[in-house]
Design a protein around this ligand. Sequence first.
Ligand SMILES: CC(=O)[C@](C)(O)C(=O)O
Length: 294
Amino acid sequence: MELRNLELFLHLADSLHFARTADAMAVSPSTLSRAIQRLEQEVGCPLFERDNRTVQLTPAGDRLREFGRHLLDDWQALRHELRHVGEPLQGRLRVYCSVTASYFLLPDILGRFRARYPQLEIKLETGDPALAVDKVLSDEAELGIAARPDALPGKLHFISLQRVPLVFIAPKSTSPVTRWLQNEEPDWERLPLILSEQGLARKRCDQWLRNRGISPNLYAEVAGNEAIVSMVALGCGVGVVPEAVIDHSPMGDKVRILEVRPALKPFDVGLCVQKRRLDEPMIRAFWETAQQRN
Ligand SMILES: CC(=O)[C@](C)(O)C(=O)O
């Protein structure tokens, strides 16, 4: 079956008027008649009932019309898809994450992504991971690495990459805070605390303190977890950070994890993107590369 004949047939099935279809499809009336006859031979039955004044579809014609529309739609879609296969994706993708995430979660995804799409430019912004979800929602970044919020905004897609415990840390060496840590139970009301200024870690810690009726002695509020490790290592106080931040900190061996009960709820760290932007080829390509990891 010739696709061109099918196209002529579909037009005629709508117009039910030979001269109009011949005109609209820029063929002579005899070419149109031959095309329809040919299709009728191929399907083995009449597609139209014609008399001198009217043209009507037969039930077989009706079926062929339905089939033909799907076929042509699929064909168009396939052609569109194939035309872009092999074309290298180009453009710029903005990714936002913490410095820590750029050490341990991003290289694996980014490495595979770069190998596949070398033409794409990645613009990486690092900062407080508490801002990652907002950066993505406000279109300041296409992708972000964040701890999964307790209530994930409906507009966001999230893939988990790693579970990361959220822990209290204290300086290893003797420091002014040591005296508040000598008893089995730290003196929570005196102990200087170094916390994130915002975000999930802060929320979980505030909740933990509240549940135990502790009014904390807040020493510093810090943007980004990396600096919390540094301040704790210097002996300024006790902090709360995701464990991965200690593992990748140059000061990591100068702090120790405090066993607390109940433990803080761990982070589910992953990649987020706006659902509505997943149709964009670059974003989709990154997303698929990230997903293949799991
Ligand atoms: C949320 C996140 O990206 C990390 C790895 O936990 C962090 O940097 O704090």
